[in-house]
Ligand binder design. Structure first.
Ligand SMILES: [Zn+2]
Length: 293
C-alpha cells in the first residue's frame, strides 16, 4: 500500500496557504482497531484527515486534540494529532448504522449530530494551551471546520474531506484539503479563490479518481498558481504504553489499588485511542504499592 502523506503549499503570490493529505492507510488502521462500521469510519476518518492537516500547522513538539460532540448516535469523536504526521482517534460508539442520503452517499451529519459543538485544544508546550470551540453547523465535519476556522481562529478557509468505503466496509480511499487566506490577501486573490471553490469538484470524487495530494491541490487552486513547500508522511500512531497506564493506576490511590489486588487480582486496561490492552498482575500491583510507599 502507498504511504500516506501530506503536502504543504502556497498559492496566488503566497497570499493563500494550502494543505492536502492522503489518509487511506491511516483511516483503515483506525477502522481495523476500532471495528467502526461505515458511517463511523467516515466520521472518524474525516476528523483524522482534518486533524492531520491541523497537526501540520503546528510546530515541533506541539499537539492538538479535536473533540466533536454533536449529540448523534456515534457519540463523541476524538482525534489527537501532532506536527510529525502522527494521528490517532476514536468514536464513542463505533457500531452505528444510519440510512444513507442516497446509495453511496453516507449521512455522516445524522450519525454525528448537529446539535452540539466541536472543540480544539492545542498543547503548545510549557503548559500553555489554546482552546477554540464552535457550534456544529451540520455534523458533516468539513463545513463544521470551515466555520471553526472562521469563528474561532479568524481565518477564512475552505475545507474538503472525503472517506470512501469498499462494499466489504474497509477503507477504499481517504483524504482532503484545507485552503486558507493569509492576512492581507488582496481582493483579486479572494475573488479568484472564491470562484475556484464555487466550481470545485467534490473532494470525494477527486479521491475516488485516485488523485495524489499534489493533484488535489492543483484541481482546487489551479496548477499554475501553486508553489509546493514540503511533504510529510502521515500515519496512525498512538503514544500509549505500559508505563503510562502504570502511572495512571498509581495516581488512583491506595484504596483503589488494594481493591484491584483483593477483588480483581490484577487489572486490565484498554487504550481508548488504539484499543491496545495492558494487563497488570496482582504481583505488578503489589510491586507498585511497595514502590509508592
Ligand atoms: Zn493507545
Amino acid at each position: 500500500m502507498k504511504q500516506d502523506y501530506l503536502v504543504r503549499a502556497l498559492a496566488f503570490n503566497d497570499e493563500v496557504r494550502a494543505f492536502s493529505v492522503r489518509t487511506t492507510n491511516t483511516v483503515e488502521e483506525a477502522r481495523r482497531r476500532h471495528d467502526t462500521w461505515r458511517v463511523g469510519t467516515a466520521a472518524l476518518g474525516r476528523t483524522m484527515t482534518i486533524g492531520a492537516m491541523m497537526g501540520a500547522m503546528l510546530k515541533n513538539e506541539e499537539k492538538l486534540t479535536i473533540t466533536i460532540n454533536g449529540g448523534g448516535p456515534l457519540g463523541q469523536v476524538v482525534v489527537d494529532a501532532n506536527a510529525k504526521g502522527e494521528v490517532r482517534g476514536y468514536v464513542q460508539n463505533p457500531h452505528v448504522e444510519v440510512e444513507s442520503i442516497r446509495p453511496g452517499k453516507m449521512n455522516v451529519g445524522a450519525a454525528v449530530g448537529a446539535n452540539g459543538y466541536l472543540s480544539v485544544v492545542k498543547d503548545i508546550g510549557m503548559r500553555d494551551y489554546f482552546t477554540g470551540s464552535t457550534e456544529l453547523h451540520n455534523g458533516e465535519i468539513a463545513e463544521d471546520f470551515t466555520y471553526y476556522f472562521a469563528n474561532s481562529e479568524q481565518v477564512p478557509s475552505a475545507v474538503g474531506l472525503g472517506v470512501l468505503c469498499t462494499p466489504e466496509e474497509t477503507t477504499e480511499a481517504a483524504g482532503g484539503f484545507v485552503v486558507q487566506l493569509m492576512p492581507g490577501a488582496s481582493e483579486e486573490t479572494i475573488s479568484k479563490l472564491e470562484e475556484r471553490i464555487a466550481n470545485l469538484t467534490p473532494v470525494s470524487t477527486l479521491i475516488d479518481k485516485g488523485l495524489s495530494p499534489e493533484q488535489i491541490l492543483e484541481e482546487v487552486l489551479g496548477e499554475d498558481n501553486i508553489r509546493f513547500i514540503d511533504k510529510m508522511d502521515v500515519s496512525f500512531k498512538c503514544n500509549c504504553g505500559r508505563e503510562k497506564f502504570l502511572n495512571a493506576i498509581k495516581g488512583l490511590g491506595e484504596a483503589e489499588i488494594d481493591s484491584m489486588i483483593k477483588e480483581d487480582h490484577g487489572a486490565e486496561v484498554e487504550c481508548h485511542f488504539c484499543r491496545e490492552k495492558y494487563v497488570f498482575t496482582e504481583a505488578d500491583l503489589i510491586a507498585l504499592k511497595a514502590e509508592k510507599a
